[in-house]
Write a protein of this length. Structure first.
Length: 156
């Protein structure tokens, strides 16, 4: 999580988890948008644009959950996300005329966010209402990660 942890099982704990997931999801959306601009293959450009839109919708879907605990959702991504986009651009420039470095970076992105949502979904200290919202998202994210992994394996 991104700030001093709240006591497990409390509303503040749920808000911290949900806001952390929102920030990671916004970072992911921005990263996929950047990847769409770097990809050379129209197949990947379209896929990355779709993933960016999907992640933005996911972040929006989590915001009412934060509000249900009497808090305001975070609205921006993180410095970590900015650093990832900078690194993605650098990898693309070094990688030459192939989409492989971008695909590899985005597979790691999917892996990170799927694992983060899985951790939250399995956190017994997260209130049931929040955990259910996270579980629904985690299933979709895992499916997307599996698809990205298959694409990455096409390059091996």
């Amino acid at each position: 999580m991104t700030e001093t942890p709240a006591a497990p099982g409390t509303d503040d704990y749920a808000v911290q988890w949900l806001n952390t997931l929102i920030v990671s999801t916004l970072d992911s959306a921005d990263n996929f948008e950047k990847a769409a601009g770097l990809a050379r293959n129209p197949r990947f450009q379209g896929l990355f644009k779709q993933r960016a839109e999907s992640r933005r919708k996911l972040a929006e879907d989590l915001k009412p959950e934060v509000r249900s605990f009497g808090a305001e959702p975070w609205e921006k991504g993180s410095f970590r996300g900015l650093a990832q986009r900078t690194f993605l651009e650098l990898r693309d420039k070094i990688g030459g005329k192939t989409d492989k470095p971008v695909i590899e970076a985005m597979e790691r992105e999917d892996d990170f966010i799927a694992n983060q949502f899985a951790e939250a979904a399995h956190d017994d200290q997260l209130p049931e209402q929040a955990r259910q919202a996270v579980e629904r998202a985690q299933e979709a994210l895992q499916t997307e990660h599996d698809q990205m992994l298959a694409i990455r394996n096409e390059f091996d």
